[in-house]
Design a protein around this ligand. Sequence first.
Ligand SMILES: NC(=O)c1ccc[n+]([C@@H]2O[C@H](COP(=O)([O-])OP(=O)(O)OC[C@H]3O[C@@H](n4cnc5c(N)ncnc54)[C@H](O)[C@@H]3O)[C@@H](O)[C@H]2O)c1
Length: 303
Amino acid sequence: MEKNFLVTGGAGFIGTNLTKQLLQEGNKVIIVDDLSAGDHRDRLPEEAVFYKIDIRDTAALTEVAKGVDVIIHLAALPRVQFSIQHPQETHDVNVNGTLSVLEAARAAGVSRVVYAASSSAYGDQETLPLSLDLLPKPKSPYALQKYFGEELLRLWSSVYGLETVSLRFFNVYGPYMDPDGAYALVIGRFLKLAKEGAPLTITGDGEQTRDFTHVSDVVNALQKAALSSEVGNGEVFNVGAGGETSINDLAALIGGKVEYVTARLEPKRTMADISETKRCLGWEPQVTLPDGIRALKQEAGLL
Ligand SMILES: NC(=O)c1ccc[n+]([C@@H]2O[C@H](COP(=O)([O-])OP(=O)(O)OC[C@H]3O[C@@H](n4cnc5c(N)ncnc54)[C@H](O)[C@@H]3O)[C@@H](O)[C@H]2O)c1
């Protein structure tokens, strides 16, 4: 059944992919974005209604959320290293912004809020895969802020009866990734460097691992979390491909020369335990990393 969605951060990387899919399936979509990550309005589908609003403006958000069934809350300042340099600014958007979204949802009578949480909440753990019963150990302001958001959602469900679900995304990649800037995600940055014929810059020894997850699988999980009648009580789920790839192996997959640069503050290994996501949401990742990278290389003219 078609629904009315409001997507915060809908002009961003994951938001653009999500909006297109929701519209394709006959839903109505309102996008709220302050365009702080870049003015990507040209790539937004015409059928979507766009509002340039800062999510911290609760009154404005409440007004546009009237009549909406589900808010998918993606808006954030989402970079680890940026949060280390700008802890207050990122806290304000990532924590107070999330609080504002929840309050607007309540005031507007929205049924459910689905939140883009982050695998970074885990930090470094003794065991892999990263399962939901592990105590989060955030290693950066960003990781802590995203974890705080989950707790807000959990509480808004139990205290105010708002339906909420949080999905911890693991290193998302795919079309519309931001390839620029010092904070760009690794796959986008590597593809850009490969296209320029420049060496791929690897931080540290490159043996750190990540669970790279294709954006189409993330979009699918968001839709299931938005619609499933089995969830809505503040649950948290991992959304990862369930594999572990080192940055060295990723560089080999993309191809070209590599260059090692100074290590930075980041978790050593991540790999999602997705058993609960499969069981409760009936979700399963579909795109393997080699297939996802091949498609991006083709798109970038590297194949
Ligand atoms: N990309 C990943 O690998 C990944 C991993 C884990 C979690 N996440 C989470 O997923 C979400 C989306 O990530 P993304 O990669 O698409 O990021 P993105 O930067 O491409 O998109 C975020 C969007 O939010 C908007 N925004 C920022 N501050 C805002 C504000 N105050 N008001 C309104 N809009 C604002 C930006 O303009 C941008 O369009 C984020 O919450 C992020 O923390 C992403």
